[in-house]
Design a protein around this ligand. Structure first.
Ligand code: ZN
Length: 458
């Protein structure tokens, strides 16, 4: 057996094993022996790289402990004050040189002067620049890559607009600078909606707007949950499972057929059984000044600091991905919300943006005036099903009620085109650039185990 160190031509390592696979029985190598060879290869590679870099002596001058002597001088802990780096995610001393927070401002300055400067100069030289448009609607979406194609299709839905109107999208970390703990009215466990490592002191508690309606809805949910639990309990019992298979085989068969072949129909039936969820309410846990400061930071970062840059409506979309039995569930949700769904954060920043007191504080403390006609709408985008839920639409201002249907159509078209693009990537459907089949493909249910099959069957 020959093993050569790939990164080190001048330090080949040759290991001869007794026999071989062609001329005798294969040698048995213990794990310790294998690890020993691996460590020799790695050490040899490191020594060769350090020698090339002039950090280790060569030939006879090299001592047996040269490498360990050099590594002993490496910093294992940072020397910066703890508070500067408390949130830094690369605590390793070996990552000190390239990933340290002290380098951050230098890197940002370099990025601003080199990269952004080059883009600005190039943009200024471009001929036939499109005429300036007034934003009809603006979208704040998360910077996660799951939202990139959706943003592209939102910006491309201009065929629904009048001349001179435009659609703008902005990438913002999906917690929208409002780190919160969230407790839903449905009784779900409290969760943190903030980047990993945060322990937000502010808690958003949802409650029902209409107690009578919510009581009836909760009774129905409880009853259905008890039925499901009983079904599961019976299925584990040797005697009752026989009765269940005799009595419940027909409903189970119908459920399986619906799930496999008609997932959208099944979703509609379930929605009809459960009924529509009652509206909820919450209070902003941040003070007016805190809210204004946080909102100002986001608006300044994306360049919305003068009234002429605002459209009539700003739709803020948190995102997530609802799947079943998926061990990578958190990876598909919003990274800025700690691997959870960012809908509540979007709803909170929309509420803050519509608050007259916050707007007054924003103008006073930060010089940012949001026009009176601009209204924020919070929402949630499910990237597995392309469903978009919009919150608090009953609170739309009068001037936006009629034009909001156009915003709905823009979102629906982007959902459909995005679904088509994703289907094309999974070879489930040839991407239809004309969008003729958009409406048929966007009604997909990511909650259902058979949602992918629906793409094929439709
Ligand atoms: Zn996100």
């Amino acid at each position: 057996m020959k093993i050569h160190c790939s990164s080190c031509i001048q330090h080949p390592i040759l290991v001869e094993a007794p026999g071989g696979q062609h001329d005798g029985p294969t040698a048995k190598i213990s794990l310790v022996e294998w690890a020993s060879v691996q460590s020799i290869i790695h050490r040899s590679s490191i020594e060769a790289m350090l020698t090339d870099a002039g950090l280790l002596p060569t030939g006879a001058q090299r001592q047996a402990n040269s490498l360990s002597t050099l590594l002993a001088k490496t910093k294992l802990l940072r020397s910066e004050p703890h508070e500067i780096l408390s949130n830094h995610q690369n605590p390793s001393g070996l990552a000190f040189t390239d990933q340290n927070a002290s380098k951050m401002s230098e890197l940002e300055t370099e990025y601003e002067s080199v990269t952004l400067g080059a883009i600005a100069r190039k943009a200024a030289q471009l001929p036939n620049q499109p005429p300036k448009t007034t934003p009809f609607v603006q979208f704040f979406c998360c910077i996660d890559e799951r939202e990139c194609s959706f943003r592209r299709h939102l910006e491309g839905s201009t065929n629904l607009l009048s001349p001179g109107e435009g659609i703008e999208t902005f990438g913002v970390p999906g917690f929208f600078d409002f780190p919160i703990r969230h407790k839903s009215a449905k009784g779900d466990l409290e969760c943190t909606l903030a980047p990993e490592g945060n322990h937000p002191p502010h808690k958003v508690m949802e409650c029902w707007r209409d107690n009578t309606q919510s009581t009836q809805w909760n009774k129905k949910r409880r009853l259905l949950a008890q039925l499901e639990t009983q079904w599961e309990t019976w299925s584990f019992c040797p005697i009752r499972s026989v009765i269940l298979s005799l009595v419940g085989c027909i409903p189970a068969l119908i459920n399986m057929v619906l799930m496999c072949c008609f997932p959208t129909l099944k979703r509609k039936i379930v929605e009809q059984i459960y009924g529509e969820q009652p509206e909820t309410e919450f209070e902003n846990p941040f003070t007016v000044e805190e809210s204004a400061d946080k909102l100002a930071r986001t608006l300044k970062n994306i360049g919305l600091y003068t009234p002429d840059k605002y459209g009539h409506c700003i739709v803020v979309l948190g995102h997530g991905s609802r799947t079943v039995n998926n061990p990578f569930d958190a990876a598909h949700n919003c990274g800025a919300c700690g691997g959870r769904e960012g809908g509540p954060n979007a709803r909170l920043i929309a509420s803050v943006g519509n608050d007259r007191q916050v707007r007054a504080s924003l103008a006073e403390r930060h010089g940012i005036s949001i026009p009176d006609h601009t209204h924020f709408v919070g929402g949630y985008h499910d990237t597995s099903s392309e469903l978009v839920d919009l919150y608090d639409l009953d609170r739309l201002p009068q001037h936006l009620v009629s034009s909001f249907s156009k915003i709905r159509r823009i979102i629906d078209e982007a959902r459909g085109r995005n679904a088509l693009e994703r289907c094309g990537k999974f070879m489930l459907f040839k991407n239809d650039k004309k969008g003729d089949n958009v409406n048929g493909y966007m009604k997909v249910d990511g909650d259902d185990k058979a949602s992918a099959l629906e793409h094929v069957c439709t």
